[in-house]
Design a protein around this ligand. Structure first.
Ligand SMILES: O=C(CO)[C@H](O)[C@H](O)COP(=O)(O)O
Length: 232
């Protein structure tokens, strides 16, 4: 029998104190984070600018074992695959909208795999979920954005949950990631829809007790996975 997806909580460090990124990251891992979600923005694909592979390489030296999920909000995703792999990235999540056609997307997926990373493929809120379907068999994780990418602290878009539900109905074992506005007030919707990779930035970073938030989010997802198993 196939195993169900596992709950994974990945804090986004976008709104953390970036002057102390290594210690902030370690703190989140000590609080129970399953992975770190690192937002790379090029000021072109999205109207904001963050960091690139040199910073990831430095962070990797300070944080040797955590899973780094690179959320590549960049116009040229293929360009940064090898540099990010060399820097120590584990999952390379790029956006379908950044590439012109299906063959470019497939090519990018192939290169990420050849570089030894897990493949994540994301869609922005205005992109139909059906556009992911031709690639799902070849990827490890589908990212459904629940805000317009670019900034932390935005309002969760509940209407994106129908995309998560559609993906979960078709692909029982796929890792489905949600990102944007996810906190304790919205985790129930994400969990019920079938998301199991949960990105949360301000919901965790600004919480008085990040450890508790991470635990409650994981519990919500695991409970929803168990309910879904019983209903099958
Ligand atoms: O990709 C992102 C923005 O484009 C961030 O990961 C996301 O917004 C996380 O922050 P928050 O949980 O505060 O919305």
């Amino acid at each position: 029998m196939s195993s169900p997806p596992k709950a994974q909580i990945g804090p986004s460090i976008l709104n953390a104190d970036l002057s102390s990124l290594a210690s902030e990251s370690q703190k989140l891992l000590n609080c129970g984070a399953d992975y770190l979600h690192l937002d790379v923005m090029d000021g072109h694909f999205v109207p904001n600018l963050t960091f690139g592979h040199p910073m990831v390489a430095s962070l990797r030296k300070a944080v040797p074992v955590a899973l780094f999920d690179m959320h590549m909000m960049v116009s040229e995703p293929k360009k940064w695959i090898q540099p990010m792999a060399d820097a120590g990235a584990n999952q390379y999540t790029f956006h379908l909208e950044a590439l012109a056609g299906d063959s470019d997307v497939k090519d990018c997926i192939r290169h990420v795999k050849e570089a030894g990373m897990r493949v994540g493929l994301g869609i922005k809120p205005n992109t139909a979920v059906e556009r992911l379907y031709p690639f799902v068999e070849d990827i490890d994780c589908a990212l459904v954005m629940t805000v317009e990418p670019g900034f932390g602290g935005q309002k969760f878009m509940s209407d994106m949950m129908s995309k998560v539900e559609a993906l979960r109905q078709r692909y029982r074992q796929l890792d489905i990631e949600v990102d944007g506005g996810v906190g304790l007030n919205t985790i129930g919707q994400c969990a019920d829809a079938g998301a199991n990779w949960i990105v949360s930035g301000t919901g965790i970073i600004n919480a008085p007790n990040p450890q508790l938030v991470i635990r409650q989010m994981r519990d919500a997802v695991n409970e929803a996975i168990q309910r879904a198993q019983l209903e099958r």
